[in-house]
Design a protein around this ligand. Structure first.
Ligand code: ADP
Length: 456
């Protein structure tokens, strides 16, 4: 499987998992929302029924007769109710419609029973085929013959007279029962409406989750893909860099081995070439290992205060001989006060020495290199300025890449591995420092490293 397929498959898998998890979260929250909405509607409806039943009970209580036939009294109280066993007028007059106080007569119905459970009176709009016998459980839900669902509340009806005659032995604790019922038509319609919203909304949401998870997984894979490609490029570059000196070294050894005895005097010269190539290889491998250890952070030595004044003076002194050989005027400028930064001293030496080495290397004879140290807003600025060949603007962003050389032939001839600036950059990153370059072709370059100072 090639890398492209591998990344595509990983992206698909990531998107699927993301969509699956998001889908599960969405469905759970949708279901929870649906249940809580239906539940709150149901509770509100039951509360309303209880309150209507309570109001009716309180208004009936003082009027209920203690004994005798209650029908006449009931007819006076509820002129619109039908009395059990008597013909019923199902079309109450406008005045009658306002007597009992139930808010919506098309929704609610009431029924009155005596204490033995015999139906006394009922609303004409009660559900058809409703049983005349009393079911004493407080809440009931049932399907009527017309296919509509009803919800019904049954409460005990007390008579005010029963309390007044408390000293007399009472055979029944209540006068009778009051039933309030209502159709669940609007409630069911509302529930259906919520279900429809969920049924339509859920696939749309899932579709959006699917698209966004594909897009997000693409975003998540991008840096991994880039880093993978960089790694592959790096391996290819490293192999290429190692191959050239190795091939040259092997060729020289082969030539030495085939040398006729008459030419033995040229062996030392050839061995010098072998040594040079060997050194180059070992230098390259050391650089590669150092870069890897920097990136892996394999030796996390604690940072210590480092005096940049000493660092710059030492390095200028060290490079003075090389500069003199190359006929380059190397100088340094440091402030009178000591400038300290927190860091790994040997790595900071390596960073600045790579910059100075490059400045000398890419400056023609008779040129100048100035290393200076300044401070600004609690930052130490180390600048390495040369009057060398300079770097074109397009190359300036790439010179910090591993193995990148502006002029590969020239750089290789001068012994450059193409890792000097990559190492400098890695060290700068490790020290949370910034490294930048300003350069003009044939005018020179200025490399600046910005580090945070310590001790004020
Ligand atoms: P090398 O080992 O080839 O010097 P570096 O990573 O140190 O590799 O530098 C990368 C490239 O940047 C070099 O090939 C060179 O062309 C360019 N470069 C670096 N420093 C300078 C400089 N001071 N002046 C001009 N070119 C430079």
């Amino acid at each position: 499987m090639n890398s492209h397929q591998l990344f595509r498959r990983s992206r698909t898998r990531l998107a699927l998992w993301y969509a699956l998890v998001m889908g599960a979260i969405l469905s759970l929250s949708g279901l929870g929302m649906y249940r809580s909405l239906v539940q709150s509607n149901w509770t509100a409806m039951e509360r309303e029924m209880e309150s209507i039943a309570g109001t009716l009970h309180d208004s009936l209580e003082p009027m209920l007769p203690t004994s005798g036939d209650p029908t006449t009294v009931l007819q006076q109280i509820f002129p619109e109710l039908c009395l059990a066993g008597q013909p019923c007028n199902t079309n109450p007059t406008l005045i009658q419609r306002h007597t009992t106080g139930i808010s919506d007569r098309s929704i609610y119905y009431i029924r009155l029973f005596d204490h033995q459970g015999t139906l006394l009176a009922f609303s004409p709009n009660q559900p058809p085929s409703l049983l005349k016998t009393l079911n004493r459980s407080p809440w009931q839900t049932f399907h009527a013959a017309n296919g509509i669902r009803y919800h019904q509340f049954t409460t005990i009806l007390h008579s005010a007279h029963a309390h007044h005659q408390a000293n007399e032995p009472s055979t029944h604790p209540s006068w009778g029962y009051l039933q309030i019922g209502r159709t669940l038509k609007t409630f069911d319609a509302e529930t259906k409406r919520i279900q429809w919203i969920l049924v339509i909304g859920f696939p749309i949401a899932l579709l959006l989750v699917g698209f966004s998870s594909w897009w997000l997984s693409g975003l998540a894979m991008q840096p991994i893909y880039q880093s993978y490609q960089q790694q592959q490029q790096f391996t290819a570059n490293a192999a290429h860099e190692l191959r050239s000196p190795l091939a040259s070294l092997l060729a020289t050894v082969e030539a030495i081995l085939r040398l006729p005895p008459s030419n033995q005097h040229s062996i030392p010269v050839m061995l010098q070439t072998v040594e040079r190539q060997g050194r180059r290889l070992s230098h390259l491998i050391a650089d590669l290992l150092f870069l890897t250890s920097l990136e892996q952070n394999s030796s996390p030595k604690p940072f210590q205060p480092c005096c940049l004044n000493d660092l710059i003076s030492d390095l200028t002194e060290e490079f003075l001989e090389l500069a003199t050989i190359a006929d380059i005027h190397l100088t340094h400028q440091i402030p009178n006060h000591d400038v300290y930064v927190l860091g790994n001293e040997s790595q900071l030496y390596r960073l600045v020495s790579n910059l100075i080495a490059n400045a000398i290397q890419y400056t023609p004879n008779g040129g100048q290199v100035v290393v200076s140290l300044t401070t600004r807003d609690r930052m130490a600025l180390i600048t390495v300025k040369d009057t060398g060949i300079g770097i074109a603007a397009v190359e300036q962003t790439r010179i910090f890449d591993r193995f990148y050389r502006v002029d590969s032939d020239r750089s290789r001839k001068t012994g450059g591995t193409g890792l000097g600036l990559a190492i400098a950059q890695a060290i700068a990153i490790k020290h949370q420092a910034r490294i930048k370059v300003e350069s003009q072709v044939d005018q020179g370059s200025i490399f600046t490293v910005e580090l945070a100072t310590v001790f004020g």
